[in-house]
Write a protein of this length. Structure first.
Length: 564
């Protein structure tokens, strides 16, 4: 940093000479510039720094990347590591080459870019750091994704398997390996993350190897490869997830932590032997996933108010039910996020920890060392918690401890695998929970399913045939009388699926005095459900009808998830 900029920084921050010297010593100790230290410690924010640089060096300051200025060929002529180190990005404005920078370091490197591009003059422009990094990641990500898998495999030969044991890389976009199977795995994972896939399936068959992505809950074919590539591909994934590469007879589990540009992704890897070879499923968990608020989940207004009220009670148990992948954990964390505050001690035990929430103590189940839900839960209740989240009630021991925690003044959230809300009661009874204890602690049970949201760019309105409505929705068919609904069409914005994102359908059963009395008897779940409906509960299918009428989803989606 020049003396003039240091002086300007000192004046802007109102620092004494001693404070400036102290800041400079900290910068030297961390091998960073004075301005970077001021940014990192929060003494200076980026807009102020860009204003200072613009004033001092008479450089234009831009809020966004100029439209049409991104030239992938120009940017791709530099290694991604060099561009991200500064960061800086070359841009093109007609015949003028610009260099987008966000700090004084970029100014000192203009000569390098001028020499590399054989340009007599390059115009520096000041841009936000995240805007520069976003362009770099997008360009290199698109270049990698555009590489056809078939082209990669054309370079593969019998010796390529040895290259698959190459060490893990820090950033998929920064990998320059020429080994075909390393490039293949990196390409597939990059495509999956960018597409927003929740799972990647690698499935061997007699003559082919199929790779499928799960997008918004539905599996789509992505690549079909020759069966002979199966062994090398699986071996590469085993190396990355630290599995035993020699063991092909037993199931194995592993994990991969990877970076894609500025996105951090954890992968849970499951390997299962089948008749045609090992099958692998990778579950993608993006660390930067935003924890949704209750209002983002898809609850109707009245259910939203009920859930807000339930999250504020001081003790008792709230259960969320549904099959795997129905968004139960997301809903639970929305509830936790609402009540998370410094005056509450919130502890969770999960398998795995899917969201990071500041202020919440999160415990990861580890069966290999004996840390099960029940053992972890016994320790949690001795930690003076106000709120406890249990990832899943799997057995009587866990259920008993959860019930006792709710009885002794704790608010307990958990999940079960049942088809509807009333079945949560019968499931716990089947586990051996005493009905009188269940009636005492259960405040509500909510069942949920995820439906795909219609793409707003291409959804089309139509009037469904009355006879089909009657056949599919029975008592709810009159809700559609003289109403238009929407169906999926498909466009480039939604990858021709007709859908973009997901929302939840809910069935919220609140425990009234009558329902508690019914729990004490041998009443089955269907009778509990009928009475809950008479008290105002909407079933999953009824809630789905409301989402259809609001243009959120389609008839086929609601039928897909509610015909159980």
């Amino acid at each position: 940093m020049s003396k003039t900029l240091a002086t300007l920084l000192q004046a802007r921050l109102g620092m004494t000479d001693e404070e400036l010297t102290e800041l400079q010593s900290e910068a030297d100790g961390n091998n960073e510039t004075l301005e970077d230290t001021a940014l990192r410690t929060g003494q200076l924010d980026e807009p102020d720094l860009l204003d200072m640089l613009s004033t001092l060096y008479a450089i234009p300051k831009l809020e966004n990347i100029p439209e049409g200025s991104v030239d992938p060929e120009l940017i791709g002529s530099f290694p991604i590591g060099k561009l991200k180190e500064l960061p800086a990005v070359p841009l093109r404005d007609g015949d003028t080459v610009m260099l987008g920078i966000c700090g004084s370091d970029g100014l000192e490197r203009i000569g390098d870019f001028r020499f590399a591009l054989n340009e007599k003059r390059i115009q520096p422009v000041l841009l936000p750091r995240q805007g520069i990094l976003g362009v770099i990641n997008n360009v290199f990500g698109s270049a990698r994704e555009d590489s056809e898998v078939d082209d990669i495999l054309d370079q593969a030969d019998d010796s390529s398997l040895l290259d698959a044991e190459h060490e893990n890389i820090e950033d998929l976009l920064d990998d320059s390996s020429d080994a075909p199977f390393i490039r293949l795995v990196n390409t597939v994972l990059t495509q999956a993350v960018r597409a927003g896939a929740s799972d990647v399936h690698i499935e061997p068959y007699k003559d082919t190897l199929r790779i499928r992505f799960r997008l918004d809950g539905v599996l789509y074919d992505k690549h079909t490869l020759d069966r002979r590539h199966h062994s090398a591909l699986i071996s590469r994934i085993k190396i990355m997830s630290k599995m035993n590469i020699a063991e092909k007879r037993l199931p194995q589990d592993g994990r991969i932590a990877l970076t894609l540009g500025n996105r951090q992704v954890d992968l849970r890897v499951s390997c299962l032997p089948t008749a045609h070879g090992e099958r692998v499923v990778l579950r993608l968990l993006e660390k930067s996933n935003r924890i949704l608020s209750l209002g983002d989940l898809g609850l109707m207004d009245d259910d939203l108010e009920h859930m807000r009220r339930l999250s504020s009670i001081s003790h008792g148990m709230i259960l969320i039910t549904g099959p795997t992948g129905s968004g139960k954990t997301t809903s639970l964390y929305a509830l936790l996020n609402r009540i998370n505050s410094p005056d509450k001690n919130i502890l969770t035990i999960e398998d795995p920890v899917e969201y990071q929430l500041d202020g919440v103590g999160q415990i990861q189940v580890n069966a290999k060392i004996g840390l099960t839900f029940s053992k972890g839960l016994r320790s949690i209740v001795r930690q003076d918690p106000d709120v406890v989240l249990i990832g899943e009630i799997r057995d009587k021991e866990t259920a008993d401890i959860a019930i006792q925690a709710a009885l002794t003044g704790h608010l307990v959230f958990s999940t079960l695998h049942t088809n509807d809300a009333p079945s949560a009661i019968t499931r716990l009874k089947d586990m051996g929970v005493e009905p009188f204890l269940l009636a005492s602690v259960l405040r509500a049970a909510a069942a949920q399913r995820l439906v795909r949201v219609l793409c707003p760019e291409c959804k089309e309105a139509y009037r469904p045939a009355p006879e089909k409505l009657a056949a599919n929705f029975g008592e709810y068919a009159p809700l559609f009388k003289d109403k238009k609904v929407y169906r999926a069409k498909g466009c480039p914005a939604c990858m021709d699926t007709g859908y973009k994102g997901r929302k939840a359908l809910y069935e919220l059963m609140q425990m009234s005095d009558t329902l508690k009395s019914m729990v004490l008897t041998d009443t089955d779940s269907s009778q509990l459900g009928k009475h809950a409906v008479s008290e105002g509960m909407r079933t999953l299918k009824h809630d789905g009808c409301m989402k259809i009428l609001h243009g959120v989803t389609s008839i086929s989606e609601v039928l897909r998830v509610t015909n159980i």
